[in-house]
Design a binder for this molecule. Structure first.
Ligand code: ADP
Length: 268
């Protein structure tokens, strides 16, 4: 076990000890193996993250560089449209970096939550009014379902509005004009369930369990073209879970719309 723990400390996370007896030493060996597995998984996640980030930054960076080279060689004519496109591409990188920084803050627990009792409809109205003009612009109807009085939730106001705004902007992004998005809240035992239901593109069943994964996109080209960083839902899940709730996605399939819901505890 001493040899194994030294190997693990030196970075050989695939090292395991053979468990022979189910006594105290055997239990210790099992804990050592569990620790090695956890370290091995964390290392794999770290390696994947670096690969994903490099991949995400490469495309917009290649576009910007290509245009700049064209301009320098005189092959591409400078024009307001070209500069606008360059500006868009750098905006994409900026959003990605901002979202990554936010994700790292949320996942490492470096954000301080200011939770207090708050009326669920107040959160819903704040998110709805933030996005009202974007909905008008795309001609997607945004409605808020109001059912009887609800108890207060224990939540951080800004962070919860951030989650709702994120789900709402996704709903808007994936719902074509003439469609509809409905926002609501209802009591569920000791929780309030917030819901964002849209009549948009929907999500095929095989993709549903993965939409909260970092950089996971059902249709990568389409999502990137629409400016998505692919980590909005990962941040949303972290924010909900850090407030004691859960988040989930449902959809009956392609073009059947989607329903995103999350819970927050009722304040007592
Ligand atoms: P993105 O920035 O790409 O929107 P998100 O993490 O917010 O990243 O969402 C991950 C993926 O989940 C999206 O790329 C999209 O494929 C899918 N998705 C999220 N919300 C919806 C929705 N309301 N309707 C259909 N697909 C959605």
């Amino acid at each position: 076990m001493a040899t194994a723990s030294q190997a693990i400390a030196a970075g050989s996370y695939q090292t395991r000890v053979v468990i022979r007896e189910h006594d105290e030493l055997g239990d210790l060996a099992a804990s050592l193996n569990a620790m090695a597995s956890a370290l091995e998984e964390a290392e794999q996640r770290r390696v994947h993250l670096i690969g994903d980030v490099a991949h995400e930054i490469r495309t917009p960076l290649a576009t910007v560089r290509g245009y700049l080279e064209g301009l320098a060689d005189g092959v591409v004519e400078p024009s307001p449209e070209l500069f606008a496109q360059l500006h868009d591409e750098t905006g994409r990188i900026q959003r990605l970096v901002d979202d990554l920084q936010e994700l790292s803050r949320v996942e490492s627990g470096r954000i301080t939550l200011h939770t207090r009792p708050i009326a669920p409809m107040r959160l819903i109205d704040a998110a709805a009014s933030r996005l009202a003009s974007a909905f008008d612009e795309k001609n997607v109807r945004l409605s808020v379902e109001r059912r009887g009085a609800l108890p207060d939730v224990l939540a951080d106001e800004d962070r919860t509005i951030q989650v709702l705004t994120n789900l709402l902007s996704n709903a808007l992004r994936y719902t074509p004009g003439e469609g509809e998005v409905r926002l609501g809240a209802a009591r569920e035992d000791q929780f309030i369930r917030f819901s964002v239901r849209d009549t948009g593109t929907g999500i095929p069943a095989e993709h549903l369990p993965r939409v909260f994964d970092r950089f996971y996109r059902v249709d990568p080209a389409r999502s990137r073209a629409m400016g998505g960083s692919g980590i909005g839902l990962t941040i949303a899940r972290s924010l909900v879970e850090s407030q004691g709730g859960t988040i989930s996605a449902e959809s009956a399939g392609s073009d059947q719309g989607s329903l995103f819901g999350f819970t927050l505890p009722i304040a007592h």
